[in-house]
Design a protein around this ligand. Structure first.
Ligand SMILES: Cc1cc2nc3c(=O)[nH]c(=O)nc-3n(C[C@H](O)[C@H](O)[C@H](O)COP(=O)(O)OP(=O)(O)OC[C@H]3O[C@@H](n4cnc5c(N)ncnc54)[C@H](O)[C@@H]3O)c2cc1C
Length: 440
């Protein structure tokens, strides 16, 4: 079993590519030598935002991508733009993990982050089916109710525009069965994530970033003259480098690769739902994510496809396992669906990078070389907003103290990394059992 996430530049089976709203641009491969102030590695949400915002601040920026823009998690995620940390993580837990000052700043960033994403989409006129219809975190069990309530209470005390919802109110808004309560934040919503990636590439280019695709970086060296980033026969000399390769970091940077666990996820999209179902399932375009370990989330796309997923079970026929799980989960949440409604035209997989704290971090790889990874399932918000902040740091307009995440100065691998990576691909049935027993 390979431990490195394969980079699939065709985005095989991804509905977002089939329904792309922006015009994809083919950027050239890196050849010869380029000179820049900043070189960014990886053209997902994070790298694109680092590059865009550093260029906006006057830096000469080169962005190098192994495959094509958005072919990592950014082009293949669920497109939920969520103004909250992963699952049960609370602002106070974040302060506990990274200290009071940075914790408060990160909570501010996350709380305002979904809205900031929509505002940036507007500012660059990115065509990505953006819908700020709100997001709900519902409770599916007594165990999850206590956690969901705690999250809500903390955001409410923070002054956030959040609303507690009874079981009937959740059912009314989602059209879903079985939830016992929940809370909502109106600033969340959905996007077509691949269109957003392509639009960010256009916006970065507009700000002066030079993008190179199909150029896997295979070496980073630092000397008295600055940083040299190599990709095959091409190289970029710069003052500073930022690595934003997240779960797709290959063996060339083991200290970055092993600071996160790549978690293997799938998504499946139904055919567009019948009009009668559109009236009862997520009728106002809300999206939701619950605390089920095996995935409990749903959204519609522009055409009314219902999209959900979970973790890939990496033994046997992964797609058949995924379809069976998606069908069972959709039927549980929306009993009004018939088997005929749950025909899937699209199934795809991807990797997201999870850290032990569920929070991203910056790692110093050299005097002027840094990585920023670990966005869990909150990259639409966090990878973009933290990317902006790191872009401002890279441009010299912020210090590292003003980047609101832990900064790792020495290599710190996750203990038993190889074992955890393998285990992460096999534990899905266990998560399903935990959910069935009401333990999540
Ligand atoms: C199936 C799935 C569903 C998800 N759903 C959601 C969701 O609904 N909402 C949400 O907020 N988050 C979601 N996430 C998480 C989210 O997609 C990620 O957190 C986010 O996209 C990370 O962005 P990134 O830029 O850090 O990394 P990526 O988008 O993965 O980009 C990293 C890039 O680095 C490139 N790269 C790797 N190695 C090299 C190299 N050597 N040289 C050059 N380039 C290199 C890769 O090709 C890739 O393009 C989901 C993730 C998955 C997989």
């Amino acid at each position: 079993m390979a431990l490195t996430a394969p980079i699939d530049s065709t985005l095989e089976g991804v509905v977002w590519k089939r329904t792309l709203k922006e015009t994809a641009v083919a950027y050239p491969p890196l050849a010869g030598e380029e000179i820049a102030d900043l070189v960014v590695v990886g053209a997902g949400y994070c790298g694109l935002n680092v590059a865009l915002h550093a260029a906006k601040a006057g830096q000469k920026v080169v962005l190098i991508e192994a495959g094509i823009v958005g072919n990592g998690a950014s082009g293949r995620n669920g497109g939920y733009n969520v103004p909250h940390f992963p699952g049960p993580v609370t602002p106070s837990a974040v302060e506990g993990a990274i200290g009071k000052k940075k914790g408060r700043e990160l909570s501010e960033l996350v709380l305002g982050g979904a809205d900031a994403v929509f505002r940036q989409i507007d500012a660059y006129q990115i065509s990505c089916s953006a819908q700020q219809s709100g997001w709900i975190q519902p409770a599916h069990s007594d165990t999850s109710l206590a956690k969901v309530r705690k999250v809500f209470d903390e955001w409410k005390a923070w002054g956030a525009d959040v609303t507690w919802l009874s079981a009937d109110e959740v059912a009314g808004r989602l059209g879903a069965a079985g939830y016992i309560a929940g809370w909502s934040n109106p600033t969340g919503g959905t996007v077509n994530p691949y269109s957003l990636s392509i639009g960010l590439g256009r916006a970065a280019t507009q700000e002066g970033v030079r993008i190179f695709e199909r150029s896997p970086v295979d070496g980073i060296e630092e000397g008295p003259g600055g940083v040299t980033v190599k990709a095959g026969a091409g190289r970029v000399r710069a003052r500073r480098a930022i690595v934003a390769t997240n779960a797709y970091t290959g063996d060339f940077l083991p200290q970055v690769q092993r600071s996160v666990v790549p978690v293997y996820l799938y998504h499946a999209a139904t055919r567009p739902l019948r009009p009668e179902l559109r009236a009862s399932i997520l009728p106002t375009g809300l999206c939701f994510t619950d605390l089920r370990k095996s995935g409990g989330f749903g959204r519609l796309d522009e055409a009314g496809r219902l999209i959900s997923g979970g973790a890939v079970f990496a033994l046997g026929d992964k797609q058949a396992y995924g379809f069976a799980h998606a069908r069972a989960r959709m039927k549980l949440l929306f009993p009004q669906l018939t088997d005929a409604d749950m025909q899937f035209d699209d199934y795809w997989e991807g990797y997201c990078a999870v850290t032990e704290s569920y929070l991203p971090h910056v790692q110093r790889l050299g005097k002027e070389v840094f990585s920023v990874v670990g966005f869990s399932t909150r990259g639409v918000n966090l990878a973009q907003n933290l990317g902006r902040v790191v872009g401002e740091f890279a441009a010299g307009n912020r210090t590292l103290d003003e980047v609101p995440v832990a900064v790792i100065e020495q290599r710190r691998d996750i203990a038993n990394w190889s074992l955890k990576v393998r285990a992460a691909r096999l534990v899905f049935p266990l998560y399903q059992a935990k959910d069935r027993l009401g333990l999540s």
